[in-house]
Design a protein around this ligand. Structure first.
Ligand code: M6R
Length: 612
C-alpha cells in the first residue's frame, strides 16, 4: 500500500526514482510523484499511474543527485495531483514521502495553522512536513533531530523519507510499523518500501527496524539511531532476489506468469521439507515448537483475504489429519472483538506480504496475551516474519499481481506439510495413509502442470461468463474454501459480483438467485459427498442456471449435467484444493482480460494493505 523510493549519491536521481516507482506500482497506483534537489526542491506529481508522471518529467527534465519518490494508494484525500506525494513544508524547503497513516493529523494541522503554516493538500502526510519545519526553525538542529522531534508528536504507523534544501547531501529515513529497506552502494544510498527497486542497484541492504531513524550521507557510514537517540549497529544482509523474478517473462500479465509458475513454487515450498522416496516430511521452523502445538488448547489461524481462505483449508487439514482443534479468524476481528486467548494457544499467521496491518495488529494483541505465534509468510524479513516466535517461509518468490495466486498454493502446500507432520507426530495418521499423503503431495506439481495445459479450454469457457453480472461458486468440504477463493478472484479482477457458498447452503437462500443469467461454478471433485453434489447440480439445472463444473478426470455423471466441464487429475481429498483452485484462477484471469480490466492492478486495490 503505497511505495517509497529514494536516492542520494552521484547519479541522476530522477531516472532511478521513476524506474523504482514502476517496480513498486503494484503497491499503489492512483498518483505518483518525485522531488529532486538542485539548489531548490523541485516537486513533480501527477494523478494516475507512474507513466503519467514519466511524461511530466520528460517535459520538465528535473536534474539532481538526491531525490525521493512515491506511488500512492489514497487514504486521506482523493487521488489528485495536489494530494500526491511528496509533500512540502510551508517554506518549500523540506519534502517528504510517507507510507501509512498519521492518526492525529487533524489536531496537529489545527495547531500548525495557528502557528502560521499554510496547507495545500488534504493529506495527513503534509502535516509532518510542516511539523519538521517548525522544529527546525524553533531549535536550529540538524534535520535528523527535527524529524525525530516531529515523530514524537505523531501517532500512527509510518515509513518516511525526508529531504531538506538546507542540508543538500542528506536523506533521513524513519519507520514505525511500516517497512523500509536501505540499499548500500558505493558512496550512495537507496531507500525503498520493499527490496524490489533495489535489486538492480545493490545486493547489500539494511532493513530498518521499528522506531529507528537513519541518516544517509554519501561518503559517510550509514548511521542509525532509535527514536530515543540510542545508536544502533546496522545489520547488513544480502538480497536473495533476481531481477528476472520481477519481470513478466514473456507473459502478458504478472498474474498469468504467477499462475504458470505454480508447479515450481509448490515444489520450492516442499524442497528440503518432503522426501517422497524416503517417505518423510519435516518443517524446520516447527521442530522446537511441535510439542507445544500438539498440546495447545487450540490453534488459531489468522490472516486476511486469500490468506484467510488458505487458513480455512488449514483448519480442515489439521483437524482432519492431526486431530488438533483449530479455529480460523479474520485478523481484523481477532484484534478487536476481545477474544479469550492465553499462553495455551498457538496463533498461526498467514500472510503473503508479511506487512498486512490487520494481521500485524492482531499479532501484537495475541502476543500481549502470551500466545505463541507461528508465521507462514512469503516476504522474507517482513514485519510479520519478525514479530513471530517461529515460522516457515513459503518460498513462492515475489508476487507482483495484486490477485494472490502462487502465494495461495504455496500456503496450502506449507499447511499440508504442517498437518501431515503433526499427524505423524500425533499418531493420528495410519503409516500407510501417511505414506500415501507424502507421495501424493510430491506429485502435486506435475498435476498442476497438467491443469495448466488446459488453459485454452478454460479461456473458451471464460467467454461464456464474461458478460455475467453475478456468479455463484459452490463447494463442499475441502472445496468450500476454494469456492470462496474462486469468488474472490473473480470479483477483485473482473468486477463481477461473485459469492462462494458451501454447496449444501444453496437451498437455504442463494437458490432464489438462480435463473438463466446466473453462472454457477461447482467444485465437484469430492468422492465423499459425490451424490450430494450431483443433487446440487441438478437443483441448479432445474432452475435453468448455467453450470461450469470442476470434476475429477473420468467423471461422467456431473459432466453430463453440466454446460461446461473442466477435468482435473485425481488426488486424495485433503490435497484437492491445490488442484481445484487452478482452473478458477485461470477462469478469473481470462474473464478479466476479456472485460478489458487491468488484471495486475485492479481498481481500488493494492498488493500490500498496510492500513487497518
Ligand atoms: O499479504 P497478505 O497475504 O497478508 O494479504 C492479505 C490480503 O490483502 C490479500 O490476500 C488480498 O485479499 C488479495 N488481493 C487476494 O487476491
Amino acid at each position: 500500500m503505497c511505495g517509497i523510493v529514494a536516492y542520494v549519491g552521484s547519479k541522476e536521481a530522477s531516472p532511478i526514482l521513476l524506474h523504482g516507482l514502476k517496480r513498486l506500482e503494484y503497491r499503489g497506483y492512483d498518483s505518483a510523484g518525485i522531488a529532486v534537489l538542485n539548489d531548490q526542491v523541485n516537486v513533480l506529481k501527477k494523478k494516475g499511474k507512474v507513466d503519467e508522471l514519466k511524461k511530466l518529467t520528460q517535459k520538465l527534465k528535473p536534474t539532481g543527485t538526491l531525490g525521493i519518490g512515491h506511488t500512492r494508494w489514497a487514504t486521506h484525500g482523493a487521488p489528485s495531483d495536489v494530494n500526491a506525494h511528496p509533500h512540502t513544508s510551508t517554506d518549500g524547503k523540506i519534502a517528504l514521502v510517507h507510507n501509512g497513516i498519521f492518526e492525529n493529523c487533524d489536531t496537529l494541522r489545527s495547531a500548525l495553522q495557528k502557528l502560521g503554516h499554510t496547507f495545500r493538500s488534504e493529506t495527513d502526510t503534509e502535516v509532518l512536513a510542516h511539523l519538521i519545519q517548525e522544529y527546525k526553525s524553533r531549535y536550529n538542529v540538524p534535520l535528523e533531530e527535527s524529524v525525530r522531534l516531529a515523530l514524537e508528536k505523531v501517532v500512527g504507523a509510518y515509513a518516511i523519507v525526508v529531504m531538506d534544501q538546507d542540508e543538500p547531501n542528506k536523506l533521513i529515513a524513519a519507520r514505525k510499523a511500516s517497512p523500509l529497506v536501505i540499499g548500500l552502494g558505493k558512496n550512495e544510498f537507496y531507500v525503498a518500501s520493499d527490496a524490489t527497486p533495489l535489486v538492480e542497484h545493490t545486493r547489500e541492504v539494511v532493513y530498518l527496524q521499528d522506531e529507528e531513524i537513519a541518516v544517509l550521507e554519501p561518503g559517510q557510514k550509514l548511521s542509525i539511531k532509535t527514536f530515543r537517540n540510542e545508536p544502533q549497529k546496522p545489520a547488513i544482509v544480502e538480497l536473495d532476489m533476481e531481477i528476472e523474478e520481477l519481470e513478466k517473462g514473456g507473459f502478458p500479465h504478472f498474474m498469468l506468469k504467477e499462475i504458470h509458475q505454480q508447479p515450481d513454487t509448490i515444489a520450492d515450498c516442499m524442497r528440503g521439507r518432503l522426501n517422497a522416496k524416503e517417505v518423510w516430511t519435516r518443517l524446520g521452523g516447527m521442530e522446537t515448537y511441535r510439542e507445544r502445538m500438539m498440546n495447545a488448547n487450540r490453534l488459531i489461524i489468522t490472516g486476511c483475504g486469500t490468506s484467510w481462505h488458505a487458513g480455512l483449508i488449514g483448519e480442515y487439514l489439521i483437524e482432519d489429519l492431526a486431530r488438533i482443534p483449530v479455529e480460523v479468524e479474520y485478523a481484523s476481528e481477532l484484534r478487536y472483538r476481545n477474544p479469550v486467548i492465553n499462553s495455551g494457544d498457538v496463533v498461526i499467521a498467514l500472510s503473503q506480504s508479511g506487512e498486512t496491518a490487520d494481521t500485524l495488529a492482531a499479532l501484537q494483541h495475541v502476543k500481549e496475551k502470551g500466545a505463541l505465534i507461528y508465521g507462514i509468510v512469503n516476504a522474507v524479513g517482513s514485519s510479520i516474519a519478525r514479530i513471530t516466535d517461529a515460522g516457515s517461509y513459503i518460498h513462492a518468490g515475489p508476487e507482483i499481481g495484486v490477485a494472490s495466486t502462487k502465494a495461495f498454493t504455496a500456503q496450502l502446500t506449507l499447511l499440508s506439510l504442517m498437518a501431515i507432520t503433526l499427524g505423524k507426530a500425533n499418531n493420528t495418521l495410519h503409516p500407510e495413509y501417511y505414506k500415501e499423503l507424502v507421495k501424493e503431495l510430491g506429485e502435486i506439481p506435475n498435476k498442476v502442470r497438467n491443469i495448466l495445459a488446459k488453459d485454452e479450454t478454460i479461456k473458451q469457457i471464460a467467454a461464456s461468463i464474461k458478460d455475467a453480472s453475478n456468479a455463484l461458486y459452490l463447494g463442499r468440504g475441502y472445496n468450500f474454501p476454494v469456492a470462496l477463493e474462486g469468488a474472490l478472484k473473480l470479483k477483485e479482477i473482473s468486477y463481477i459480483h461473485a459469492e462462494g457458498y458451501p454447496a449444501a447452503e444453496m437451498k437455504h437462500g442463494p437458490i432464489a438467485l438462480i435463473d438463466e443469467n446466473m453462472p454457477v461454478i461447482v467444485l465437484a471433485t469430492n468422492l465423499s459427498a459425490y451424490d450430494k453434489i450431483v443433487s446440487n447440480v441438478q437443483e441448479v439445472k432445474a432452475r435453468k442456471g448455467m453450470v461450469i463444473s470442476v470434476v475429477t478426470e473420468g467423471d461422467k455423471r456431473i459432466k453430463q449435467l453440466s454446460d461446461y466441464t473442466i477435468e482435473i487429475p485425481r488426488t486424495i481429498e485433503p490435497l484437492t484444493p491445490l488442484l481445484s483452485v487452478i482452473p478458477l484462477q485461470l477462469l478469473s484471469y481470462h474473464v478479466a482480460v476479456m472485460r478489458d480490466c487491468n488484471v495486475d492492478q485492479p481498481r481500488n486495490l493494492a498488493k500490500s494493505v498496510t492500513v487497518e
